[in-house]
Design a protein around this ligand. Structure first.
Ligand SMILES: NC(=O)C1=CN([C@@H]2O[C@H](COP(=O)(O)OP(=O)(O)OC[C@H]3O[C@@H](n4cnc5c(N)ncnc54)[C@H](OP(=O)(O)O)[C@@H]3O)[C@@H](O)[C@H]2O)[C@@H](O)CC1
Ligand SMILES: Nc1ncnc2c1ncn2[C@@H]1O[C@H](COP(=O)(O)OP(=O)(O)O)[C@@H](O)[C@H]1O
Ligand SMILES: [K+]
Length: 503
C-alpha cells in the first residue's frame, strides 16, 4: 500500500536487483519508462513535438539519454543538453552506452548557453539533471538552466526526482537553492518521501512510479507509506438503529483564553458535526454562555468540568497562563484519551516533567503540532524541523510515546515504534487561521467514537485534507477558504466514506 523508500533503501534495492540482471538493464528500463511517460504528455502526432531533454553528469543523465534516443525514434524533435561528468569523474558503463545510443539517434545536441532555449515553444521538457545522487545546491550553468526552464509554460517531466530536490526530506537543497518545477515526475524503483512533503508537492507535480520490473523479494518491508483509506477504513462504522447519543462518546475541548474563544468553538463545532454524542467547549477564562451558531455545544468554565468524562482536546486558544498550565496538568493526570494541540504543546515544551508524565500515560495521546510547535518541543528551529520532517515527527513520537501529527504540506503522522505515514490530501487553502483547530476537533471526535489513536489520526488528516480539496474544486478556495467552511465539508466526506466502506 503505497510504500515510500529512502535513498539508502532505494540504493540497496538497486544494488541487489542489478546483481541479478544484465549490465545496464535498469537504466534501459528507466529510459524506456521515461519515454513512455513523455509520450503520454505529447500530442498524438509526435512528429510535431519539440522535446527538450536535460541530461546531467550522473546516472540520472543516463536515464535521460536513453529516453532521448527512444523519443527521437518516435519522430519527436528531440534537443539534448548534455553535461559530461566533471573532470576526474568517470561515467558508469551503462551511462556511456546510453550516451552512444543518444549520439546515433536523431536527437540534436545543443550547448547549454544556447539563447534559443528560452525562446522556443517546447511541448515538453525532460529533467534528467540529478536524481538521488544530488549532493549540493545547483550552481553555475545548471542553476541558470533550471531557472530558464522554470520560466517555460510547457509540461516538465522530472526523472526520478525534480533536480535540486532532496528525495528524502523534500527540501530544495540549499542554502538559497533552486530546483526544477516539474508538472510530472516519474520516479524509479520505489516512491520517495521527498516527493510528497515539505517542498516536494510544489516541485514534483503528479508522481508516477516505475518499478523497473524489480522482483518484490528485493524490497525490505517499508516503515513509511503514503496515507491510504485502506489503513483506516475498517473503523468507518454504520450507525446502529438501536443507539443513542451516549453511544457516540463525549468530547471536551479545553481552550479559550481571553480573546481566543474562536479556537475551541471551531474545534467543538467540528466534533459535533463529526458524529460525537455530546460536545463541551470549556474555557480557561470567561466562558461564553453559549455558541449561538451551534447551540448544541455545552459551553462551560473549564474549572467546573470532570475531566474523566470525555475525550479531551486541549490547546486551541488555551494561552499560557498558570490556569492553562494547571488544566494541562490535570488533563494529563486524567484517565481520558487526550489530544494536545496548539498552546497545550507550547506549555508542554516548557515543562520537561509534564512531558515525562505525558509519555507515561496509560490512555492514548495524540499531538498535532505545526512545525513551530514541533520545534519548541524539540528545542530546535522551524528550519531544522522542516529539513527533516520525518525525523522530527518520529523523534517526538518516540520521546512522548504518542501519535504525532506534524502538520503542513505533506502532513507526517508518526507512531512511537517508528512507523510513519505522509498524507496526500489537502492543499494551500488550508493555510488560514483555525484550520488546525478543525483538525483537532475532528481527530478528537473519532477518538471519542472509539477509534484507535493511529487510525483516528490517519483518518482525521485524510478527511480534513479531502474536505479542502473538494471545496477547492467547487471554487471555495484556495483563496479565501475559511476554517468554518471546512466543517460541513468534513461532515459530507465522513458520511460518504461511511456509506461507501461500512457494512
Ligand atoms: N544505478 C542504477 O542502477 C540506476 C540508477 N538510476 C538513475 O540514476 C540516478 C542516480 O544516479 P547517480 O548516483 O549517478 O546520481 P545523479 O543523481 O545522477 O547525480 C550524481 C552526479 O551529479 C553530480 N552532482 C551531484 N550534485 C551536483 C550538483 N549540485 N551540481 C553538479 N553536479 C552534481 C555528481 O558529481 P560529483 O559530486 O561526484 O562530482 C554525479 O556526477 C537515479 O536518480 C536514477 O535516475 C536508474 O537508471 C535506475 C537504475
Ligand atoms: N499549504 C498547505 N498544504 C496543505 N495543508 C496545509 C497547508 N497549510 C496548512 N495546512 C494544514 O492546515 C492546518 C493548519 O493548522 P495550524 O497551523 O495549527 O493552524 P491554526 O493554528 O490557525 O488552526 C494543518 O492541518 C495543516 O496541515
Ligand atoms: K531529475
Amino acid at each position: 500500500m503505497n510504500p515510500l523508500y529512502t535513498v539508502a533503501e532505494i540504493r540497496a534495492v538497486e544494488y541487489a536487483a542489478a546483481a541479478t540482471l544484465p549490465p545496464g538493464a535498469l537504466m534501459q528500463r528507466a529510459g524506456q519508462a521515461a519515454a513512455n511517460a513523455a509520450l503520454d504528455l505529447l500530442p498524438l502526432s509526435t512528429a510535431q513535438a519539440r522535446v527538450l531533454v536535460l541530461a546531467g553528469p550522473g546516472d540520472n543523465g543516463g536515464d535521460a539519454l536513453e529516453a532521448a534516443a527512444h523519443l527521437s525514434y518516435t519522430g519527436a524533435q528531440v534537443t539534448l543538453i548534455h553535461f559530461a561528468p566533471a573532470e576526474g569523474r568517470v561515467s558508469s558503463d551503462e551511462r556511456q552506452a546510453a550516451l552512444q545510443r543518444a549520439k546515433v539517434s536523431d536527437a540534436r545536441f545543443r550547448e547549454v548557453a544556447d539563447a534559443s532555449i528560452a525562446a522556443t515553444e517546447w511541448n515538453l521538457v525532460i529533467d534528467g539533471l540529478f536524481g538521488i545522487g544530488l549532493k549540493r545546491p545547483l550552481d553555475g550553468a545548471v542553476r541558470a538552466l533550471v531557472e530558464t526552464v522554470n520560466q517555460l509554460r510547457c509540461n516538465v517531466l522530472a526523472l526520478d526526482v525534480p533536480s535540486g530536490l532532496d528525495a528524502d526530506s523534500g527540501c530544495v537543497v540549499g542554502p538559497d537553492g533552486v530546483a526544477v518545477h516539474a508538472t510530472h515526475t516519474i520516479t524509479f524503483i520505489g516512491n520517495k518521501p521527498g516527493l510528497h512533503t515539505c517542498d516536494g508537492r510544489d516541485y514534483a507535480g503528479l508522481v508516477d512510479v516505475a518499478r523497473l520490473e524489480i522482483d518484490a523479494s528485493h524490497f525490505a518491508p517499508a516503515s513509511l507509506h503514503l496515507n491510504d483509506v485502506k489503513f483506516f477504513s475498517r473503523h468507518l462504522q454504520a450507525r446502529r438503529h438501536n443507539s443513542h447519543k451516549g453511544s457516540y462518546g463525549n468530547v471536551a475541548v479545553i481552550g479559550g483564553a481571553r480573546g481566543m474563544s474562536g479556537a475551541p468553538i471551531l474545534a467543538a463545532r467540528t466534533a459535533i458535526n463529526s458524529g460525537v454524542g455530546r460536545v463541551y467547549a470549556l474555557f480557561v477564562e470567561d466562558a461564553l454562555p453559549c455558541d449561538p451558531g451551534q447551540p448544541e455545544l455545552m459551553c462551560r468554565s473549564a474549572g467546573d468540568f470532570e475531566l474523566n468524562t470525555a475525550t479531551l482536546v486541549i490547546g486551541p486558544g488555551l494561552g499560557d497562563s498558570s490556569a492553562a498550565h494547571a488544566l494541562l496538568d490535570q488533563a494529563i493526570a486524567s484517565d481520558s484519551v487526550l489530544l494536545a494541540d496548539a498552546d497545550a504543546i507550547n506549555l508542554l515544551a516548557g515543562d520537561a516533567a509534564l512531558q515525562t508524565r505525558l509519555a507515561q500515560r496509560q490512555a492514548a495521546v495524540v499531538l498535532t503540532p505545526h512545525p513551530l510547535e514541533a520545534a519548541r518541543l524539540l528545542g530546535s528551529s522551524i528550519g531544522a524541523v522542516q529539513a527533516d520532517r520525518l525525523a522530527a515527527a518520529r523523534t517526538l513520537a518516540a520521546r512522548l510515546q504518542a501519535i504525532v501529527v506534524l502538520k503542513g504540506s505533506g502532513t507526517v503522522i508518526a507512531a512511537p515504534d517508528g512507523k510513519a505515514v505522509i498524507n496526500t490530501t489537502g492543499n494551500p487553502a488550508l493555510a488560514t487561521a483555525g484550520t488546525g483547530d478543525v483538525l483537532a476537533g475532528l481527530c478528537g471526535a473519532l477518538l471519542a467514537q472509539g477509534w484507535p489513536q493511529w487510525e483516528a489520526a490517519l483518518a482525521a488528516v485524510w478527511l480534513h485534507g479531502m474536505a479542502a480539496d473538494v471545496l477547492v474544486t467547487e471554487g471555495c478556495g484556495p483563496i479565501g477558504l475559511t476554517a468554518a467552511e471546512l466543517i460541513p465539508a468534513i461532515r459530507t466526506a465522513l458520511n460518504r466514506m461511511v456509506q461507501h466502506h461500512a457494512r
